[in-house]
Design a protein around this ligand. Structure first.
Ligand SMILES: [Zn+2]
Length: 396
C-alpha cells in the first residue's frame, strides 16, 4: 500500500534511525546497524520489518563479512525506486526542477523561464513544471507524493511561508499552501541554501560528519550549518547567515540596512558596483569587470581582493563559532575563483582560531540541477517526523 499522503513514513525512533542510516550510507548489515545505532539486533530486525514489507528496504544476497567469518549476513538496502520526489528551485528568472529517487539520485530534470515573479504566476508555472516532470515516466506519477520547493530569503519551513525574498520581491507568501493546492502534493518549502546543504549533508560531502557547513558565493553570499547532525534553523528561522556578518565598519551599506556585511562587499553586485565607481565606468557589466580584472586593471583586481578578504573572514567566523569538519564552498562565484580564491584562503587562515583552522574548504562547482536536487532532498526529509534526523546523530 502506498503511504498516506501527508503522514511521515517512519515514526518510531528505531525505524527513523535505521532508514536515515541506510538512506545516507547505503547497504549495511543488521549487525552494523545495531552497532551504529546502539540498538539491539532484535530492535533492528523489528524496525526494519515494516519498511521491508512496504518495499522501502530490501535484503541483498548473503555475503560473508570476512573470509572464514561465521554465517553470512544479508545486508539491508534502500529500494531507491520505491518513491520519487520532485524538487523545484525558484530563482529570479527561472524555475529548475528535478525528479529524484529515495537516495536523491536525479532521474529527470526540466526548467521554465520565469518572466513574471508574482506569486500566483510563479505557482502556475511551477505546477506546469511539476506536471511535465511527472509525465516523464508513469512510475513518477504513481509513486510521488512529496514536493520540495527552494527559495532564496527568509523562509519559515514549519508554516511553509516565505517571510521575505528580496530577489523575488515577496513578503509573507503562503507558498506551501498555494503549491499544495495546485499540485496536490505534500509541499515543503525551504531556504535554497539550506536545501542545498541538506542534499550535501545527507548525500554528498557531509556524509558521516556531525558538524558541516555550506557556503554559497555569487549573486548572494549564503551559508547553512549542520551542528551535531541537525540543520541549524535558529529560534526565528534565521541562522548561519554568513552573508550578513559585519566585516568592515567602513564598508558599504548592505541591502539589509547594516554596514559592511560580507554580502555588501563580496556579492557579484557589490563587486560590480565598486568597480564601476572606482574605474569611473558606470556602464560596465559583470563579465567585463571579470575580464578587466584578469587583464590586470588595478581597480577591478582590488575589488576582488576586498571581496575575497570579506568571504575569508566570514568563513573564519563560521569556523570559529561552529567548528565544522568540512565546508563546501559553491555557487556561481566559483567561476571567478582565480581572482579572489587566494584572498579567501589567506583571510580564512589568518582569522580562524586554533585547531578550528584544520577544517578544509572543499570547492564544489554545482550545476543548477543540484539546487533542484536540494529541494527534492527536503521532500525526502518529509518522510521523517518533525525536524528530521541525520545519519550522523546515530553514529556510535
Ligand atoms: Zn547585510
Amino acid at each position: 500500500m502506498f503511504p498516506n499522503q501527508s503522514q511521515p513514513l517512519v515514526t518510531a525512533p528505531a525505524e527513523t534511525a535505521v532508514l536515515a542510516l541506510l538512506l545516507a550510507e547505503g547497504p549495511l548489515s543488521r549487525g552494523e546497524l545495531a552497532r551504529r545505532t546502539g540498538l539491539s539486533s532484535t530492535a533492528i530486525t523489528k524496525a526494519a520489518r515494516p519498511l521491508i514489507d512496504d518495499g522501502y528496504l530490501h535484503e541483498l544476497p548473503p555475503e560473508r563479512t570476512a573470509p572464514g567469518a561465521g554465517r553470512p549476513v544479508n545486508p539491508l538496502a534502500v529500494t531507491p525506486d520505491r518513491e520519487f520526489f520532485v524538487g523545484v528551485k525558484i530563482s529570479g528568472d527561472r524555475l529548475f526542477g528535478a525528479v529524484c529517487d529515495l537516495r536523491a539520485g536525479v532521474r529527470a530534470t526540466a526548467g521554465q523561464t520565469l518572466s513574471d515573479c508574482r506569486p500566483e504566476a510563479v505557482c502556475g508555472l511551477l505546477s506546469e513544471l511539476v506536471d511535465e516532470l511527472l509525465d516523464a515516466d508513469p512510475a513518477f506519477r504513481a509513486r510521488t507524493r512529496h514536493l520540495g520547493v527552494a527559495v532564496s530569503g527568509d523562509v519559515d519551513r514549519d508554516s511553509g511561508r516565505v517571510r521575505c525574498s528580496g530577489r523575488l520581491g515577496w513578503r509573507d507568501i503562503p507558498l506551501a499552501e498555494m503549491v499544495t493546492g495546485s499540485t496536490g502534493l505534500t509541499v515543503t518549502v525551504e531556504n535554497d541554501v539550506k536545501a542545498l546543504a541538506v542534499a550535501e549533508y545527507w548525500f554528498g560531502e557531509g556524509i558521516g560528519t556531525g558538524y558541516f557547513a555550506l557556503v554559497t558565493i555569487g549573486a548572494g553570499i549564503g551559508s547553512a550549518l549542520v551542528v551535531n547532525g541537525q540543520l541549524v534553523t535558529g529560534a526565528y528561522g534565521v541562522a548561519g547567515e554568513m552573508g550578513h556578518i559585519p566585516v568592515d565598519p567602513s564598508g558599504p551599506r548592505c541591502h539589509c540596512g547594516a554596514v559592511g556585511c560580507v554580502e555588501a562587499l563580496a556579492s557579484t553586485g557589490a563587486i560590480l558596483k565598486a568597480v564601476r565607481r572606482d574605474t569611473g565606468r558606470p556602464a560596465l557589466e559583470f563579465d567585463e569587470v571579470v575580464e578587466t580584472a584578469r587583464n590586470g586593471n588595478p581597480a577591478a583586481r582590488e575589488a576582488f581582493v576586498r571581496a575575497g578578504h570579506a568571504i575569508g573572514v566570514g568563513i573564519a567566523s563560521l569556523v570559529n563559532l561552529v567548528g565544522p569538519e568540512r565546508i563546501v564552498v559553491t555557487g556561481e562565484g566559483l567561476e571567478t575563483y582565480d581572482l579572489f580564491g587566494l584572498h579567501i584562503e589567506e583571510a580564512y587562515a589568518a582569522n580562524a582560531f586554533g585547531a578550528a583552522a584544520n577544517c578544509p574548504l572543499s570547492l564544489r562547482p554545482l550545476p543548477w540541477e543540484e539546487w533542484a536536487r536540494g529541494a527534492a532532498a527536503v521532500g525526502i526529509q518529509a518522510l521523517f517526523p518533525g525536524h528530521p534526523p541525520s545519519s550522523s546523530t546515530t553514529h556510535g
